[in-house]
Design a protein around this ligand. Structure first.
Ligand SMILES: [Zn+2]
Length: 301
């Protein structure tokens, strides 16, 4: 009989650095043709073979501990005496669709632990991607509000996608949802986040301070372009964290037609934008007059 081992808890991945936002839509099963889920009995016999002892498998939903292996409790042993000397393994339901190589890696990892470095990496990578694709737990779907008082994000997004990313989105990589964020008067210590992209829900939020006449439409477009790039380009691992603005990201951002003047406009107006966001009052007359003049000039051209 195998000696009782101490609990092994897999903490195979770190949650992405992005704050959890509301889910756009819950992913329903069967929207994509999926392989049949693996029954726990199949897992049990596979893992029993890898570990050389009886294994009981349960599916669970913990994202922070997607794999937990422990010794059976006395109660479990009374109910199932054949489990003596075995292990009880709880797997995130994602494992019901795990590919063969991941199944093999899990068996090896449970058997050898962290010394199974390749198996650990393989599990880590697969889990991270699979968990990131799940809608965040406990989230209510967000109603998208792309239409603002002055700028409508929907046509702006469609035009950007058609011009800059015609082949980027499709079945594999859905076009992100775009919405104005909620009007909140506070900003964190003067730092203003003009746009954000939440990878799990594929939702782009634009700060409502940009929804005013004094903000040029092309500036809103440049912020949207930045967030669309996030929706296309994966972030890179960097130590324990991730790098979102990769070299490739910066290169493609610089190539955007309005990038340079958007930077200039932002630098000139960031103080006014922060004040406007904080007070809820629109940008001053001078900014508005300048934006109107520029708009009129463009129309004449
Ligand atoms: Zn960014």
């Amino acid at each position: 009989m195998a000696a009782a081992r101490r609990d092994t808890t897999a903490s195979l991945f770190a949650e992405p650095a992005h704050p959890a936002g509301p889910a756009l839509v819950a992913e329903g099963p069967g929207t994509v043709s999926e392989p049949a889920p693996i029954p726990v009995e199949v897992w049990e016999s596979e893992l029993a073979r890898s570990l050389g002892r009886p294994v009981r498998v349960r599916y669970g939903r913990s994202r922070t501990q997607p794999v937990v292996a422990r010794d059976p409790t006395p109660r479990e042993l009374r109910a199932t005496p054949t489990l003596r000397g075995g292990r009880v393994v709880r797997l995130h339901t994602l494992f019901a669709l795990a590919p063969t190589r991941v199944r093999a890696a899990l068996g090896r990892w449970l058997c050898v632990g962290r010394r199974a470095r390749r198996a650990s990496c393989e599990l880590d990578e697969w889990l991270e991607a699979a968990l990131a694709a799940l809608p965040a737990s406990g989230e209510r779907p967000t109603r998208l509000r792309p239409r603002g008082a002055h700028h409508d994000l929907a046509p702006l997004t469609s035009a950007l996608v058609a011009d800059c990313f015609p082949d980027a989105f499709g079945r594999e990589l859905p076009t992100p949802g775009v919405t104005w964020g909620r009007r909140a008067r506070s900003t964190s210590r003067g730092r203003l986040v003009l746009g954000s992209f939440q990878p799990r829900t594929r939702l782009i939020r634009i700060h409502p301070v940009l929804d005013q006449e004094a903000v040029p439409r092309w500036f809103v477009g440049a912020v949207l372009h930045h967030e669309l790039l996030h929706a296309i380009l994966p972030s890179e691992r960097r130590g324990a964290g991730r790098r979102h603005h990769t070299a490739e990201f910066r290169r493609r951002e610089r190539a955007y037609v309005d990038h340079a003047r958007a930077l200039t406009w932002e630098a000139a107006h960031v103080g006014a934008l922060v004040r406007s966001a904080r007070t809820g009052r629109p940008l001053g007359h001078r900014v508005l007059a300048r934006t109107r003049r520029e708009r009129a000039r463009r129309r004449e051209e």
